[in-house]
Design a binder for this molecule. Sequence first.
Ligand code: CAA
Length: 246
Amino acid sequence: MFSGKVAIITGGSRGIGAAITQHFVSKGAHVAAGYNRGKEQAENLAAQLGREKGSISLHQGRVDDFADCQRVVNEVLEKHGRVDYLINNAGITIDKTLRKMSPEDWQQVLSVNLSSAFNMTKAVLEHMIGRGSGRVVNISSVIGETGNVGQANYAASKAGLFGFTKSIALELANKGITANVVAPGFIGTEMVAAIPEAALAKVVAKIPTGRLGKPEEVARVVGFLCEDDSAYITGAVYTVNGGLDM
Ligand code: CAA
């Protein structure tokens, strides 16, 4: 159980992030759920989770902006006094073949998906080191391992999270802090629903389990990695992809 613990979950109000928020709140944590533009969706989720064991607060901010990340972390520390878990989940796609991809398409995806993990982890790091405990879970993707047509920017950002996570896992292993990656496959969220129908049908045909994953199937692995008993798991990559890549 996560009673009395505080989790920051970026992009915590939709898709996989909403399922992670729900999972942590149901286990008794206070979740500081980050969102950027989806205020209404965030408020709906907060209202829906009102009856659960834990509690939730909403924090608007830009994960691609270091100063904004520091502001959000300070806000959470001032209000709740601690951060036990940081889940770097916020992510976007701007799918285009490289011939059509602009420098801005590249930079935006790298900033939101990869620099965000640096920004948030850096902002919370000294607090976790000071307390001698913490869990960082970075949400990558099967695409970071396999690559994908139309996703050079996204694949690079998600692959970058592997190297980032393993490096900080090494740096923090003797400080009571673990850092791990969860790499989902194709999960039934708005992001995947936006894939052109024909392209999605081809993807599903390649998934050995024959279906998209559920956000909750990812959330429970994130929860597992944050348990006290998972202290010996660090620098690991947990895939949740229905066998799409092994
Ligand atoms: N394999 C090889 N080549 C392919 C291909 C494929 N599967 N699909 C397209 N191409 C090639 C085409 O042959 C074409 O090449 P030529 O110009 O040489 O003929 C080129 O790519 C452009 O093809 P289109 O004109 O069809 O493409 P487009 O520019 O309109 O769109 C696309 C291409 C952006 C890749 C589009 O098909 C698309 O959005 N595909 C889905 C991408 C995807 O799977 N995204 C996952 C999102 S979910 C997610 O990211 C979550 C997660 O972590 C899993």
